[in-house]
Design a protein around this ligand. Structure first.
Ligand code: UDP
Length: 415
């Protein structure tokens, strides 16, 4: 198992610097050469611990330390030998030590540093799929169960293309012997055109080229009321043209996932007072659903605020539209990392201390993407990616060939 997590070692030094100094050096070697994690659990007899703290603080970040509560030697005679004190300091710290080890086991197994998956840009643990965030949840167990079954597949088709994730596909190809072959056959995106929503398309017809920001959080994405307010005010503040698919606010970000076009209440009722009137010259809001592929294909569309669902990502790439990555749930944060950190075709939103994307930030992202220098760079790179996507699907393209391989395998299988 090449992906096995490195061990986490707890080191318990006896009091005094003489023991701590060489152990600190040992810890350094373990984390620097072997990528281990180390935690010092330090008993304390009430003497001044400042030099210990200083020494430990100077160690690499993956070395952490816990100072145990002072133990008391008040009951010992004045002339108790040093050796006895050292041993007693450990014995008397045992209950606290046990507790620290339990806490450590439960809470710091998590990797403090970004995870380096083969062929991918480093990713923070918190950006991994939602289902992996809490080991106690049912989804976690099921995901792990499914992932372990990876090798049972005869092959895996992926809705992506080699040039979108070259590092990852190479790593999969060179992966462990016996792993299933991977066939990137995408982008497979919706091509039939929807008839509904022609009003917003004719509005787009009247807007200047590349001037409109499209906002949609996929089929199931919803925002809280507070977030809806910030987004609305931010769009207004930005002065940019926009086409926004608005849903009624919900507590859970994926509240609409199994209930796609829930029309129970009028989402416009939840917009800030006077917003529609104040923005009617520059913006259009549609209720719950827009013909997204046609919007992204429209020349007036210049940017896309997206929750980074994979279909939306591919649709944006195929039409060369740079993004503001606003991930909400599932694996969307991973997709946002790919878009913003690796491919550099998106700005990723930051959350403020209230856990919201603030209106001023929204305004800045919107202006930056549609009018700014950075937006220009993102757009240029997106053009290259659009080209690569279309090449992958040509007769000789990598995805066409990949699919032909699968077809060949299936044909042979049948005969
Ligand atoms: N979609 C659409 N109009 C909308 C919202 C979504 O046509 O107003 C389509 C979008 O084009 C995409 C799909 O719904 O094909 C959403 O898939 P995605 O993977 O982006 O997100 P999910 O809905 O799975 O979160």
């Amino acid at each position: 198992d090449t992906q096995k997590k490195p061990p986490h070692v707890a080191i318990v030094p006896t009091p005094g610097m003489g023991h701590l100094i060489p152990l600190a050096e040992l810890a350094k070697q373990l984390v620097l050469h072997y990528k281990f994690f180390v935690t010092f659990i330090v008993p304390s007899d009430g003497s001044l611990m400042e030099p210990h703290k200083k020494l430990l603080q100077a160690l690499p970040e993956t070395v952490s330390s816990i100072f145990l509560p002072h133990i008391s030697f008040n009951d010992l005679p004045e002339d108790t030998e040093m050796e006895a004190r050292i041993i007693l300091s450990l014995i008397r710290s045992l209950p606290a030590l046990r507790e620290s080890l339990t806490v450590l086991n439960d809470s710091t197994r998590d990797l403090p540093e970004p995870i380096k998956l083969p062929g991918c840009v480093p990713i923070q643990g918190s950006d991994l799929v939602d289902a992996l965030q809490d080991r106690k949840k049912e989804a976690y167990k099921l995901i792990i169960h499914n992932t372990k079954a990876y090798n049972m597949a005869a092959g895996i088709m992926v809705n992506s293309f080699v040039d979108l994730e070259p590092g990852a596909f190479k790593a999969l190809e060179e992966g462990v012997q016996g792993n299933p072959p991977v066939f990137p056959v995408g982008p497979l995106i919706r091509t039939d055109s929807e008839v509904d929503g022609s009003e917003c398309l004719s509005w787009l017809d009247r807007q200047p080229e590349g001037s409109v920001l499209f906002i949609s959080f996929g089929s199931g994405g919803t925002l809280s009321q507070e977030q809806l307010d910030e987004l609305a005010l931010g769009l207004e503040m930005s002065g940019q043209r926009f086409l926004w698919v608005v849903r009624s606010p919900k507590k859970a970000a994926n509240a609409n996932y199994f209930d796609v076009q829930s029309m129970n209440d009028d989402p416009f009722d939840f917009l800030p007072k006077g917003f529609l009137e104040r923005t009617k010259e520059v913006g259009v809001v549609v209720q719950s659903w827009a013909p997204q592929v046609r919007v992204l294909n429209h020349g007036s569309t210049g940017g896309f605020i997206s929750h980074c669902g994979w279909n939306s990502v591919l649709e944006s790439i195929v039409h060369g539209v740079p993004l503001i990555a606003w991930p909400l749930y599932a694996e969307q944060k991973m997709n946002a990392v790919l878009l913003a950190d690796d491919l550099k075709v998106a700005l990723r939103v930051k959350l403020n201390d209230k856990g919201l994307v603030g209106s001023e930030d929204v305004a800045e992202y919107a202006k930056g993407l549609i009018e700014g220098e950075e937006g220009k760079m993102l757009r240029n790179r997106m053009k290259d990616l659009k080209e690569a996507a279309s090449v992958a699907l040509t007769k000789e393209g990598s995805s066409t060939k990949s699919l032909a391989e699968v077809v060949q395998i299936w044909n042979t299988h049948k005969n």
